[in-house]
Design a protein around this ligand. Structure first.
Ligand code: TXA
Ligand code: MG
Length: 309
């Protein structure tokens, strides 16, 4: 039985412990975990059952907290001052020393941040020592939940508890606006409309509704290693680096092991940081061992295939 509770301190401790918690926001319920923990973020992807890594929204208590992790441009400041707390998500560049999980950005150099208006979400974020990553608390392809009961129905096995804050009053996900450039770009429409954004900061662009984040224009902003990747490797050349999974192949200049116990969730947690580490060593090639194409392994393979192109 999943615990449905209103105990905010208990929920904050669970998040700090790396567990997942269903949380209310004014838009929809979120599936929340520690945004600084690769393994907590990996377990969010596992619970959602998505076949690819979509970047997640990081919930913070204030603009001030956001400045610890991302570059808050003047444009971002203006929008945040006008619409936070509220159903607006701002995509901003990660600071070089950003302590948020790389997995939360799904390989991008930006993070989507929002300060929610729901009183219980705000209390949780005030109580929690870390920012909270939270996509909508539904399984992939299902409708977003607007009641604690919906989260219970979809994700009972995945969460340690569900904070019950009553029904969500907006009921529609936040507006997502990319503010990494000079002109704001609306990536996902929501209750904060284009007109509202334009009245605050002037002209903005809109990405075609429903365009996936992986549309050609967005793809080039994904982190891709400079080093070529060789997938499903059965051997390693002496000048290659090895990205292992399970029992490592013999040879290679350096080895990073996604999971020595062949655990796919652990592998997902390590994927982006280990790829970066090996890439920085500039081997001739990164040989990647075969990853089973099941569960979150499908998302890992999707990412590796794109990195290999
Ligand atoms: O109302 C909401 O936004 C809810 C509540 C729980 O806060 N959250 C939510 O999260 O809808 P999610 O993960 O289901 O949607 C995140 C959206 C996706 O469209 C994703 O592509 C976009 O935000 N996104 C996240 N990070 C991004 C980034 N770095 N660059 C571009 N888009 C990003
Ligand atoms: Mg969603």
């Amino acid at each position: 039985m999943t615990i449905v509770t209103t105990d905010i301190a208990k929920a904050a401790r669970a998040v700090e412990d790396g567990k997942l918690v269903g949380i209310p926001t004014e838009t929809v319920y979120g599936l929340a975990g520690d945004a600084t923990s690769d393994s907590a973020v990996a377990s969010i992807y596992v619970a959602k059952g998505r076949p690819s890594f979509n970047p997640l929204i990081v919930h913070m208590r204030s603009i001030r907290q956001a400045t610890e992790y991302v570059i808050v441009s003047q444009l971002a400041q203006k929008l945040a001052k006008k619409f936070w707390p509220g159903p607006l998500t701002l995509v901003m560049k990660r600071k070089p020393d950003c302590a948020l999980s790389l997995l939360v950005s799904a390989g991008l150099d930006s993070v989507a941040v929002r300060v929610p208006a729901h009183a219980m979400a705000q209390s949780l974020l005030a109580e929690c020592s870390v920012p909270v990553a939270a996509p909508s608390a539904n399984r992939s392809g299902h409708i977003s939940p607007t009641k604690a009961q919906h989260v219970q129905d979809e994700l009972a096995g995945a969460v340690a508890m569900i904070l019950d804050g009553g029904p969500c009053n907006v009921g529609l996900e936040s507006t997502v606006v990319d503010v990494t450039g000079d002109t704001p770009v609306i990536l996902r429409p929501g209750s904060i409309t284009r007109e509202m954004v334009e009245s605050a900061v002037g002209k903005c662009d809109v990405v075609r509704t429903g365009a996936p984040i992986t549309s050609p224009g967005m793809l080039e902003r994904h982190y891709a290693p400079d080093t070529p990747l060789r997938l499903k490797a059965k051997h390693v050349e002496p000048d290659e680096a090895l990205l292992a999974f399970g029992s490592p192949l013999k040879g290679g200049r350096v080895v990073e092991n996604l999971s020595s116990s062949a655990d796919l969730t652990e592998a997902a947690a390590n994927l982006f940081s280990m790829l970066r580490k090996l890439d920085a060593l500039r081997p001739t090639c990164i040989a990647v061992m075969d990853i089973p194409n099941q569960g979150i392994g499908v998302a890992i393979n999707d990412r590796l295939k794109r990195a290999a192109n």
